[in-house]
Design a binder for this molecule. Structure first.
Ligand SMILES: [Zn+2]
Length: 294
């Protein structure tokens, strides 16, 4: 490196500490297959999944195992998927273990790769970062960035609240899957012979509430440079938000959403969403208190 101040060159040493990326990039960088049944690179083969019959999606279940051993949520059945969860969280693979796994992988790059190979092992390749001598000693090698997570969560929450077609995860298929799993009988689709009818869920907004929500966002005034023009995102005619960019979602999750839902929704739902907003607010702060975060 050249030091402009002293006008001389010096040897700089640098270290790659971790990578920060979205989840698909996680797959490319770590060499782990982040699709399919074992999509979680932490739980690896222990990833708990179910294939939904009607929604045809793979969903990942049994998240209560990550809670403390005697957490009250572990005993609850009805509010979750009907079964208690007592197993402990899977143990994190160390970098050394991962290296042992992948170092003998014989990867053939290119399009004519044999299919069977990729099926047998969930590790696709040895990450090039293992060329760094210290890489296998790092506890955390890859991180998922907040920006993408926040955008996805925000899109889903807004989509579910305003029931935006194509954005909401709620629908006939979802309700049929609930019936299939035998949980939440009050939400199962009902039919009167001719029409199928979906009972409203706790997060379903009435038209009046949707108008209140949209109008609140339309009336928001913010300091210059704080966010894009939120007003232009709101379509009062169709009662939906369109063209949300990452930063719009950031502003919504950090502040505006918690304000916009103040006088709608049942108490408990509002509290849950507000706490979710606070969580994102906390992890985006410049100073994070680990105890509080936990
Ligand atoms: Zn996992």
């Amino acid at each position: 490196m050249f030091d402009g101040f002293w006008n001389e060159t010096f040897q700089m040493r640098a270290m790659l500490f971790c990578t920060i990326n979205d989840f698909p990039a996680y797959g490319n960088l770590s060499g782990y297959s982040v699709k399919g049944h074992h999509a979680c690179p932490i739980c690896e083969e222990d990833t708990s999944y179910t294939q939904l019959k009607h929604g045809r999606k793979i969903v990942y279940t049994r998240h209560q195992r990550f809670l403390k051993p005697h957490h009250p949520y572990r005993r609850l059945k009805k509010v979750f998927n009907g079964s208690q969860e007592h197993e402990t969280a899977p143990i994190l693979l160390t970098g050394e273990q991962v290296f042992q796994w992948v170092q003998h992988l014989n990867t053939i790059f290119g399009k004519n790769q044999k299919k069977e190979k990729s099926k047998t092992c969930i590790w696709k390749k040895m990450s090039i970062f293992f060329d760094l001598l210290y890489w296998s000693d790092l506890d955390i090698r890859h991180c998922i960035d907040v920006m993408h997570v926040e955008k996805n969560v925000c899109d889903s929450v807004i989509g579910a609240l305003l029931n935006i077609q194509g954005k909401t995860k709620d629908g006939l298929n979802t309700r049929q899957d609930l019936a299939e799993m035998g949980i939440r009988s009050q939400l199962h689709p009902r039919s009167d012979g001719r029409k199928v009818y979906l009972p409203p869920a706790c997060h379903t907004l009435s038209r009046k509430e949707k108008i209140s929500f949209c109008q609140c966002l339309r009336r928001v005034k913010v300091p210059q440079g704080y966010s894009s023009n939120i007003k232009s995102l709101v379509q009062l005619k169709d009662l939906k938000l369109v063209g949300l960019k990452s930063h719009d979602c950031h502003v919504l999750m950090q502040q505006l959403l918690a304000v916009a839902i103040r006088d709608i929704l049942p108490n408990k739902v509002r509290l849950a969403i507000t706490r979710l907003c606070f969580f994102f607010n906390a992890i985006c702060s410049k100073v994070v208190d680990p105890v509080k975060l936990d």
